[in-house]
Design a protein around this ligand. Structure first.
Ligand code: ATP
Length: 249
């Protein structure tokens, strides 16, 4: 089996007396979508923050690309290839889709922003930017101002910008949130393709999307992983059904 890109071992985080993360160990392997599900307050967002470096664990480790990244701050983790999308966004609303992605490509290359007009004509920047736009499902929307995009398209733009960082793994916190059925279906297709670029740790409440996408699912309840398995295994798991999915699953 391929070496995991991301692995968590014995992670713990308490807020006062509350154990939000309780001895969590799981991993993310190349090419997969690993979904993290669980009831409200189960600790999903806390876990994502521990991985991204926004919170420090009380115990345990986060390994990424074969090394312990516990000592790295959020920015250093992002530079190392851990892409966290849909939370912080540097989209410039007045700029076109392509210009926003060109800026992201330019930023990722470490170049200065002074010659932005020239950047928009530089094929070394526009070539990759157009490819990221296409991968994120926005082909044909390159010249539209970001401000004019629908909510779902804006998320796709953020994905395109995240791709510019050449991520080695995605942490996606509720990418379907606030989308209608059509938007969620489109995003499901995009994420399905995206896993070939970099594996995805996906926190999502939309169970249709999770069951359609996930190669593996981990179920968090009260900060603990109560089960990890394929979609079929998770649907058949009596403890999961009792504590989370209910009988309709
Ligand atoms: N900064 C904080 N200080 C105190 N308690 C916190 C803090 N952040 C989270 N919690 C608590 O930790 C628990 C886990 O919260 P978390 O947001 O990680 O859950 P979640 O699974 O992401 O929930 P949801 O599905 O509703 O987004 C909750 O009981 C929450 O109230």
């Amino acid at each position: 089996m391929a070496e995991p890109i991301l692995s968590l071992g014995g992670l713990c985080k308490s807020f006062g007396a509350l154990r939000a993360t309780d001895d969590v160990s799981l991993d993310l392997r190349p090419g997969e979508i690993h979904a993290l599900i669980g009831p409200n307050g189960a600790g999903k967002s806390t876990l994502i923050k521990l991985i991204a470096g926004e919170l420090a664990p009380d115990a345990g480790h986060v390994r990424f690309g074969g090394r312990d990244i516990g000592g790295l701050d959020t920015a250093a983790r992002a530079r190392a290839g851990l892409a966290r999308s849909f939370q912080v966004s540097s989209v410039i609303p007045e700029f076109s889709v392509l210009a926003n992605v060109v800026l992201a490509v330019q930023g990722a290359s470490g170049a200065s922003f002074r010659f932005f007009r020239r950047a928009l004509r530089d094929p070394h920047l526009t070539g990759p930017a157009r490819a990221h736009v296409a991968h994120a499902g926005l082909r044909g929307r390159e010249d539209i101002a970001a401000a004019a995009l629908s909510h779902g398209e804006r998320r796709r733009l953020e994905l395109a910008m995240a791709l510019a960082l050449k991520p080695r793994a995605f942490l996606l916190d509720e990418p379907m949130a606030g989308m209608g059925a059509e938007g969620a279906r489109a995003m499901t297709e995009i994420l399905s393709d995206l896993r070939s670029q970099a594996p995805i740790l996906l926190v999502e409440h939309d169970m249709d999307a999770v069951f359609a996408l996930a190669d593996r699912v981990s179920v968090l309840v009260y900060g603990r992983v109560i089960a990890t398995g394929t979609v079929d295994e998770i649907r058949a798991n009596a403890e999961v059904r009792a504590s989370y999915l209910g009988e309709e699953a």
